[in-house]
Design a protein around this ligand. Structure first.
Ligand code: ZN
Length: 438
């Protein structure tokens, strides 16, 4: 905190002071509660402490600003904190309670507060805070869907040319109820189209708690084979209808035509396979060997060689390798062989990928590793979750760029032509399967 620091509103100022109190353990107390003025002071050291912060909403601007700040303490934190009242505790535990309502009972909250921030809260305060948080969560579901349209409008205003789709259905009472949401940022689709590999990985993951539904994501690969988020969507269930809708949106927004020249990598979600056949009949639809292995392992749990044999098969470089490795599986176990054949191995072996497909991957792990990064946001309220996914996508794209360029500088390579494609707008060129050593 510093004098002159500005805030969007009084709440963000209060949150900033809360963070300060939690980090320092000082006994802060609010002494000014006006609509346009808020002040906190430290009441430690029996009132001798001088620390004080004061912010006001300024009439000539829409912001709040810290106008007075005395940053000196003579106190020694002792676990007391007067500003640590029920609403503050409720806010701190909101996400945790949403995720694990049965785990964060009042006693657990009390212990967590002590362990984490060395501040003592009473059992009564924790009980009240938990009740408050649960009430917020209950009302949040409705308000979040109300806010979804605002969020969509905000995206479109700030990102011209982007696509936002919000589908609703009428319930028995005649009210609009959420059905599905889709967003594709213009800059992402244009950059993907111009500079990334013609490959799209798609997958879905479950959302937690109140928002019962699925997050569907479409991810590309940039010239360095790093993940490039393209579009995402929230649907109530993963079925053919919703997958068709999602794939159809991608087809229009990414101008995929009949899919000729593009590759889709996915797990074997039945609804998705049908949707892709329908919307993009000419796309090369690769299956993910990891999912195939996962399914086979369930039927053959004691076959220790299965993993190696299957991966060898997936990585077959040509049809001769493929046949030889398939024969190895046959020799290993005829039951396993039969089940492998049922998965149509030609759809997930490298030997049968089109040569100009620009990417040798046989598994969909880029999508899943993105799902792992967004795992943490899946329990957030709806709009907050979508916004966090957007930010993670930004960090992902921006962060990787930076890191990779640094790596290249230190690697002694004279040039690394694919690295700059984002800046120059060059489309990635096929360099066979040796792209790691350009
Ligand atoms: Zn103090």
């Amino acid at each position: 905190m510093y004098k002159g620091q500005s805030f969007y509103n009084g709440i963000t100022f209060k949150e900033c002071v809360t963070d300060y109190a939690l980090a320092t353990g000082c006994n802060l107390k609010q002494y000014r509660y006006d609509r346009d003025r808020i002040g906190f002071r430290c009441v430690g050291a029996k009132g001798k402490c001088q620390w004080k912060v004061y912010a006001a909403s300024l009439h000539n601007e829409s912001m709040w600003r810290i106008t007075k700040y005395t940053n000196t303490h003579v106190c020694v934190p002792n676990g007391e904190c007067e500003m640590f009242k029920v609403p503050v505790i409720a806010r701190l535990f909101l996400d945790k309670i949403r995720e694990e309502p049965d785990y964060y009972m009042p006693l657990k909250m009390e212990q967590t507060i002590m362990e984490k921030w060395k501040i003592s809260a009473t059992r009564g305060q924790c009980q009240a805070a938990r009740r408050k948080a649960l009430a917020w969560i209950a009302s949040e579901y409705d308000t979040q869907f109300e806010r979804l349209r605002d969020y969509g409008a905000e995206i479109l205003e700030a990102n011209q040319g982007s696509v936002v789709e919000i589908d609703t259905v009428k319930n028995d009472a005649g009210h609009d109820v959420f059905k599905r949401f889709y967003v594709c940022f213009d800059v992402l689709r244009k950059t993907w189209k111009k500079t990334c590999r013609p490959l799209i990985g798609v997958d879905g993951c479950f959302l937690k708690e109140k928002i019962k539904g699925q997050l569907l994501v479409a991810l590309g690969r940039d010239a360095d084979n790093a993940i490039y988020p393209i579009a995402w969507s929230v649907v109530q269930v993963e079925n053919t209808d919703n997958w068709s809708w999602f794939v159809n949106r991608l087809k229009i927004d990414l101008e995929l035509g009949d899919g000729d020249g593009y590759i889709m990598v996915s797990d074997r979600q039945k609804g998705l396979i049908k949707a892709v056949e329908l919307e993009l009949p000419k796309i090369e639809h690769r299956k993910c060997v990891r999912h195939i292995y996962g399914n086979l392992k369930k039927t053959h749990p004691d076959k220790k060689q299965l993993k190696k044999l299957l991966w060898d098969l997936a990585w077959s470089y040509n049809t001769r390798d493929y046949e030889e490795r398939l024969e190895r599986i046959h020799a290993y176990d005829s039951k396993v062989y039969e089940d492998v054949m049922k998965t149509k191995p030609k759809t997930w072996c490298r030997a049968f990928h089109k040569i100009d497909s620009y990417c040798e991957d046989v598994e969909n792990n880029s999508v899943e590793s993105f799902n792992n990064t967004i795992n943490k946001v899946r329990e957030k309220p709806f709009v907050a979750m979508l916004e966090t996914v957007r930010r993670l996508a930004m960090v992902r794209i921006g962060g990787f760029r930076f890191k990779r360029e640094e790596e290249v500088v230190g690697s002694g390579f004279k040039c690394y032509p694919v690295i700059n494609c984002f800046h120059t707008g060059l489309r990635w060129v096929s360099i066979g399967f040796t792209n790691k050593t350009v």
